[in-house]
Every structure is written in structure tokens, then in C-alpha cells.
Design a protein around this ligand. Structure first.
Ligand code: PAF
Length: 279
């Protein structure tokens, strides 16, 4: 069932509510791929009813970014969602998500001064406005977000109020490139190069190379935006108390910007902490 009208949506939601059915929301901008479908599978495990929203959110694009060309393939998305037996697809209009105005200044704090925020300062303010409005309209019990957009995940976790946020593992192509709707923009040559990103951070995660060597290798193929090794729980510098560690990377390849990350398992985490003399 595809609903774009918030009043019709409320009717369905209140009927589900009366039956005490648990709901899970998978927010998307469409252009769905296997990564999105994996979020839906996880949503099903947590809930009785799964809602997928499709909204290309203007507030998370800067003027020089790809808002006008972002893949809008609703018919194809709806076919995929039908196959997945999603209970409800919500396709709101800009007025539903921004009934008042798009706010330019929301103070997210520390988490919005690092990593992607440095090159895309508008981005998380935009994401947060759309996501919190979707939460307000739908009031889901759960919402599922991919670990690929790790900084987004951490920011949403902080502002989720009553919605329980579930994080989902990164889904990769056969050659380990992390799936993304924007991978469609890569030229044939760029697509051949792109998997190097994961290969290099994987070597780093295995302790086979150090951060400087990883930077040197990345520079052979990409223009680096950042490569950081941080505490996975709060995205701060690693400390004695860090339980989990994450390697996060963003690079430019031609006109494209690729991001990826790896969370280190316990053993590797210890190894790295030892190397950094933090244990
Ligand atoms: O990750 C995305 O696709 C978007 O940032 C989201 C969460 C749907 C908000 O527009």
C-alpha cells in the first residue's frame, strides 16, 4: 500500500495501534538496492508492520549537490517493496515534511563538527529535520538505519526520543564496495577503482598496515577527505575506556564522494589499543 497523504496514513496507523501492533520504519530516499532491502528484513524481525518512507530530502543537499539528478525511480522501488511484502510505503510531499520552513541552524553539537560535517556542513541538520518529522508523523516503535552512514546513525540515536534505533550492517557488492544509490554515478573506470577503498581500510583493520601507510595507499587512487580511527560509541578520540573502535573513511573519486567504515571486533580492538599504547 503506497500512501502519500498524511491523513490517510494516520487512519492506517491508528487501526494498527488499536490492535497493539509494533511498527518499524525504514526511512529512505528511494533508489532502493539490496542494502535497503536488508534493512527491511531486519525491520520485520522487530515488528508486526514495516513502513518504508521514500522522500528525497531537499534539506540534506547543498546547492552544488545532486538534488535534481538524484535517482527518482518510484515505480521500480514500489515493485521491489511489493516483493518484500512491505506493509506500507509512505511517499510524503515536501509540505508534509516541512510544513513551516526548512531550518538552517539546528545545533547538533560536537557530533556535527567532525568527519562528514566538515565537507557537508548542511547535511546532518537536513537529515535530522526529515527524520524527526517522519518520527513525529509515524511514531514508529523502531527505526532501522545502515551502519554505512555511521555519523548519521550516531546523530539520529541522540535525537530519537521514544523511537528505538536499530543499526544494520553494511551490505557490500561482490567486490566489497559498500552499496549506495550513488554508486550509479561511477564511470566504468571509477567503478573498477572504488573497491580499493575497502581493501585498504580492511588491511588497516587487520593491523597489516598503519594509518600513515593507509593514507599513502589511499592517495594513489583517491583524494582523501578523512581517514579516522575513533571510539565507535561516541566518535571521540580512542581512550582507555574505548570498548569498540571504528575506522571511518571518506574520499573523492572524480566527482563522487565515497564513504565506508569498519568496526573492529574485540580482538583487533585490543591489538590496536596495544599498538597505540592505550592498554
Ligand atoms: O540515509 C538516507 O537515505 C537519508 O539520509 C535518510 C535517513 C533517509 C534521511 O533523508
Amino acid at each position: 500500500m503506497n500512501i502519500s497523504n498524511t491523513q490517510s496514513l494516520q487512519k492506517v496507523l491508528s487501526a494498527w495501534n488499536k490492535k497493539d501492533l509494533k511498527t518499524a520504519l525504514v526511512p529512505t530516499m528511494g533508489g532502493l538496492h539490496a542494502g535497503h532491502l536488508s534493512l527491511i528484513k531486519i525491520a520485520k524481525k522487530y515488528s508486526d508492520r514495516v513502513i518504508v518512507s521514500i522522500f528525497v530530502n531537499p534539506a540534506q543537499f547543498a546547492l552544488n549537490e545532486d538534488f535534481s539528478t538524484y535517482p527518482r525511480v518510484l515505480d521500480n522501488d514500489l515493485i521491489l517493496l511489493k516483493k518484500e511484502k512491505v506493509d506500507l510505503v509512505f511517499t510524503p510531499e515536501v509540505n508534509d515534511i516541512y510544513p513551516d520552513e526548512i531550518k538552517k541552524n539546528i545545533n547538533i553539537g560536537e557530533l556535527d563538527r567532525i568527519l562528514c560535517s566538515k565537507t557537508r556542513p548542511h547535511f546532518f541538520t537536513g537529515v535530522l529535520q526529515a527524520v524527526t518529522r517522519l518520527f513525529e508523523i509515524i511514531s514508529p516503535n523502531y527505526a532501522i538505519f545502515g551502519q554505512k552512514d555511521y555519523q548519521q546513525l550516531k546523530i539520529i540515536e541522540k535525537y530519537s526520543n521514544n523511537v528505538k534505533i536499530i543499526s544494520a550492517p553494511i551490505i557490500r557488492e561482490k567486490d566489497n564496495l559498500a552499496m549506495s544509490t550513488r554508486n550509479l554515478y561511477l564511470t566504468h573506470k571509477e567503478r573498477q577503482i572504488a573497491p580499493k577503498l575497502y581493501q585498504i581500510i580492511y588491511k588497516l583493520s587487520e593491523g597489516k598496515i598503519d594509518k600513515n601507510q593507509a593514507i599513502q595507499l589511499l592517495e594513489k587512487y583517491f583524494r582523501i577527505d578523512y581517514l579516522e580511527i575513533l571510539d565507535a560509541d561516541n566518535l571521540k578520540k580512542i581512550s582507555y575506556n574505548s570498548g569498540r573502535i571504528i575506522i571511518l573513511v571518506a574520499v573523492f573519486l572524480g566527482k563522487n564522494r565515497l564513504i565506508d567504515n569498519i568496526i573492529l571486533g574485540d580482538e583487533k580492538c585490543l591489538l590496536l589499543l596495544k599498538k597505540l599504547k592505550l592498554t
